[in-house]
Ligand binder design. Structure first.
Ligand code: CP
Ligand code: NVA
Length: 326
C-alpha cells in the first residue's frame, strides 16, 4: 500500500494523525492508529455529529464503489459523510465503465481528479490494493474477500464500550475463516484480545494470517487459539461472534456449506458455555436458523444492533482522520 498523506483533523483527540494514508487492512495500522480511531469514534458518538467542529469534511466528496451488496456499510458511510459536512457518490460497479472492462487503475486515477476519497467494496483484495496504488487520495476498504477492516474496528469499539477495555478480553469466533474473521484476528492482535476461533475442517483461517498477526500479539499480549470444537472456543468467553456460513461470492457452495457448518451454530446451548456475562456479536446480515438461532440473536445477550450503529461512529472517525484538513 502506498502511504501518501498524514491527514490531521481539528477535534480534540484528533490532533494526532494516522500513520497511513489509506485503510486497507488493520494489519497495516499501528496500535496507536487503532487507539486513535476508537477514541475519535467515541467523541463522534458522544456528540452525535452535532457538536461544533464536527464538520471537518465540509465540501469534500467521496466516491463509493460497490461491486457487492451492502446495507450497513453503504448507509453508514453515506450518513457519516453527510454528518461530517461532505457528500458520498454511490457508484454501483456495474454502472461504471468498470463493468465494461475499464481497469481499476484508470478508474482510480480518474476519480482522484474529481473527488477527495474512495471507498471500495469488491471481490478481490488485489483490486483495493491496486486502487490505493493508483489513487492520489485516501482509499478505504469497504470489504473484500480478504478483509473487512471497518467492521472489525466497529467490533473493537463495541467490545470496548461494553467491557471498558480490550486487553485480556476473551473473544470466541465460531464459523468460517473468512474476511470478517481475518480482520478480527488483526484487530485482536493489536489490542491484546485473547481470540479463540472454531471452524470446520477445510474452512479454517490460513496460516499466513496467523503468522502475520504474531508480532502484534507478542507486543500486545494477545493470544490466538485455533480449534475445530466450538465448545472449547467459547469456554469462559466474554463475547461470542459469528458470521454467515456463505459469504458473498460463494453462493454456489451454499448447500455444501450448510452441511459442513451444522455443528457450528451459535445457539443457547453453546452460549451457556461462555461466561455468564457474555455478549453475542454478528456483523450482519444474519441467517436465523443457520449460523445463529433466533433465540440468541434476538435475546438479551445480543449486541448486534449496537455493533451496527457503531459502524457509523467508527467510520466517521476513519473518514475524518484520513480526509480532514488535507
Ligand atoms: N456488516 C456489513 O458490512 O453489512 P453490509 O454488507 O450490509 O454492509
Ligand atoms: N463475510 C460476509 C460479511 C458480510 C458483511 C461476506 O463477505 O459476505
Amino acid at each position: 500500500m502506498v502511504v501518501k498523506t498524514k491527514a490531521k483533523v481539528s477535534t480534540k483527540s484528533t490532533k494526532k494523525s494516522l500513520s497511513v494514508g489509506s485503510l486497507l487492512s488493520i494489519s497495516q495500522l499501528t496500535v496507536q492508529d487503532v487507539d486513535l480511531i476508537l477514541r475519535t469514534a467515541a467523541e463522534f458518538k458522544m456528540s452525535r455529529g452535532r457538536g461544533k467542529g464536527d464538520q471537518p469534511l465540509k465540501g469534500k466528496v467521496m466516491a463509493a464503489i460497490f461491486e457487492k451488496n451492502s446495507t450497513r456499510t453503504r448507509v453508514s458511510f453515506e450518513t457519516a459523510m453527510y454528518h461530517l459536512g461532505g457528500t458520498m457518490l454511490y457508484l454501483a460497479g456495474r454502472d461504471l465503465q468498470l463493468g465494461r472492462g475499464e481497469t481499476i487503475a484508470d478508474t482510480a486515477q480518474v476519480l482522484s481528479r474529481y473527488v477527495d476519497s474512495i471507498i471500495i467494496r469488491t471481490d478481490t483484495h488485489r483490486k483495493v490494493v491496486e486502487t490505493a496504488r493508483c489513487a492520489r487520495i485516501p482509499v478505504v476498504n469497504a470489504l473484500t474477500d480478504y478483509a473487512h477492516p471497518c467492521q472489525a474496528l466497529a467490533d473493537l469499539f463495541t467490545l470496548k464500550e461494553r467491557f471498558g477495555k480490550l486487553k485480556g478480553l476473551r473473544l470466541a469466533y465460531i464459523g468460517d475463516g473468512n474476511n470478517v474473521a481475518r480482520s478480527l484476528i488483526f484487530g485482536a492482535a493489536k489490542t491484546g484480545i485473547e481470540l479463540a476461533l472454531a471452524s470446520p475442517p477445510g474452512y479454517e483461517m490460513d496460516k499466513h494470517t496467523i503468522e502475520l498477526s504474531e508480532k502484534d500479539r507478542w507486543k500486545s499480549g494477545g493470544e490466538i487459539y485455533i480449534t475445530q470444537d466450538p465448545s472449547r472456543a467459547v469456554d469462559r468467553a466474554d463475547a461470542v461472534y459469528t458470521d454467515v456460513w456463505t459469504s458473498m461470492g460463494h453462493e454456489k457452495e451454499q448447500a455444501e456449506r450448510v452441511r459442513r457448518f451444522k455443528k457450528y451454530q451459535v445457539n443457547a446451548k453453546l452460549m451457556v458455555q461462555a461466561a455468564p456475562h457474555a455478549v453475542f456479536l454478528h456483523c450482519l446480515p444474519a441467517h436465523r436458523g443457520q449460523e445463529v438461532t433466533e433465540e440468541v440473536i434476538d435475546g438479551s445477550q445480543s449486541v448486534v444492533f449496537d455493533q451496527a450503529e457503531n459502524r457509523l461512529h467508527v467510520q466517521k472517525a476513519i473518514l475524518a482522520l484520513l480526509m480532514g484538513k488535507r
